[in-house]
Design a protein. Structure first.
Length: 408
């Protein structure tokens, strides 16, 4: 009998060793799941003070702003540390926002396209230094030398050399991208590719036909295959029809003298999907943040990460653009992301706005922390949310570091 006991104990020890050394061998087994459950650490406890303070500020600001509905998610060390929804999908109706309510991301779509570009670059499908004209022979801008020099990275970092917001009026009027492209040679050139920052939606979205030529798939298919499905973004889509038919969607609202009033659903900017056409829930955004902010993640490798977040060009923006932030030491644009040197840390972030919707996102890779905010009633409160959280978080981390040094 004693021999059996020894054999049983040794067997359990062997299983535990295998679980830690080779977790992939056990991840589909019941034993592996039990061990993972036992050893899982709740990292939210490490920043509970920050989460409590932010939650209090968030609640007060929601009430004071009169916002109709929205949601926030904070991730930390590969886990959702806080997810909170408030309000309703449409004012005047009893239809509360939940974790799977879908919002439009507007220009936060660029961050998802940037991550996609990093993945396709690493897989050698479409390299960031590939020439656009090699994929789109019909592509022409004003000067032949500029046409030949524009790379994929120039599209996704707003450094193609064209004047800012080229043909955004046509995008507003829902003119298809394929009808805009032949007119790009009418746009003034302000600098050679790669030197000058000028925000674009049309040029950024040329990544759509580039991927289509290379993969023989639609941009929507590529997003689903490379981002939505592997990242676990189950509510996400990238077309107006999917958004319109989704029964769990947030309706847009615009502000008037009485507050916020519902607006009609609109399909503006879906002709530029890479720049502004992604729809997602706060649950989706949590999954996205985890995938891109956790180090050594199989979904988004270190190589792809470095390619995406490497600063491409300095952005000279008016102080009012970051009026809710404390002093920012430097501002750059990377591949679909703004990159800031903020409080001695590198923060990647972006904002998005389209009539009736607002989205905010930010991550600090070194701290493995991220935050996203979605709203169906845009106002300044949502712009304040990201820096408010980061200020609390960095202050907490600095305090911990100081205490550690005192102990040492």
């Amino acid at each position: 009998m004693k021999n059996y006991k020894y054999i049983l104990i040794i067997s359990i020890l062997i299983i535990i060793v295998i679980a830690f050394k080779f977790p992939f061998l056990l991840k589909t087994s019941g034993i592996g799941k039990k061990i993972n459950k036992i050893t899982e650490v709740n990292h939210a406890k490490e920043i509970q003070e920050v989460l409590t303070k932010f939650d209090s500020i968030y609640n007060i600001n929601v009430e004071q702003s009169g916002a109709v509905g929205g949601a926030v998610v904070i991730t930390y060390k590969g886990q959702v540390a806080l997810i909170k929804c408030f309000g309703v999908k449409k004012s005047g109706e009893n239809n509360p926002v939940d974790e799977h309510t879908v919002f439009r991301l507007a220009s936060v779509s660029k961050t998802i396209t940037g991550v996609l570009a990093g993945i396709l670059d690493e897989e050698n499908v479409i390299k960031l230094d590939d020439k656009v004209v090699d994929y789109l022979p019909e592509f022409k801008i004003k000067f032949p030398e500029n046409t030949k020099s524009v790379k994929v990275r120039h599209l996704l970092s707003h450094t193609s050399g064209l004047t800012p917001h080229a043909f955004d009026i046509m995008v507003e009027d829902k003119v298809p991208l394929e009808k805009i492209i032949p007119r790009l040679n009418e746009v003034e050139i302000v600098a050679p590719p790669g030197l000058h920052y000028a925000y674009q939606n049309v040029m950024f979205s040329l990544y759509d036909p580039v991927t289509k030529v290379k993969t023989k798939k639609s941009f929507q298919e590529i997003l689903k295959e490379k981002i939505f499905e592997p990242f676990g973004m189950k509510d996400a889509s990238s077309d107006f029809e999917s958004f319109e038919k989704n029964e769990n969607k947030a309706f847009p609202h615009v502000k008037n003298e009485k507050g916020f009033a519902p607006a009609r659903l609109n399909d503006r900017y879906y002709v530029t999907v890479p720049a502004a056409g992604v729809n997602a829930s706060i649950s989706d955004m949590g999954q996205f943040l985890i995938a891109i902010s956790v180090k050594d993640d199989d979904l988004f490798s270190e190589k792809a990460r470095k390619a995406v977040f490497a600063p491409q060009v300095e952005t000279v923006l008016k102080r009012t653009y970051y009026r809710n932030w404390d002093k920012i030491d430097s501002k750059h644009y990377a591949i679909g992301w703004r990159v800031l040197n903020y409080k001695n840390r590198i923060v990647a972030q972006h904002s998005g706005y389209v009539l009736g919707y607002q989205a905010e996102i930010a991550i600090c890779e070194d701290e493995e922390v991220g935050i996203a905010i979605l709203s169906n009633s845009p106002n300044s409160f949502f712009s304040e949310g990201v820096p408010a959280f980061l200020n609390l978080f960095f202050e907490h981390k600095n305090k911990q570091e100081q205490e550690k040094q005192i102990v040492l």
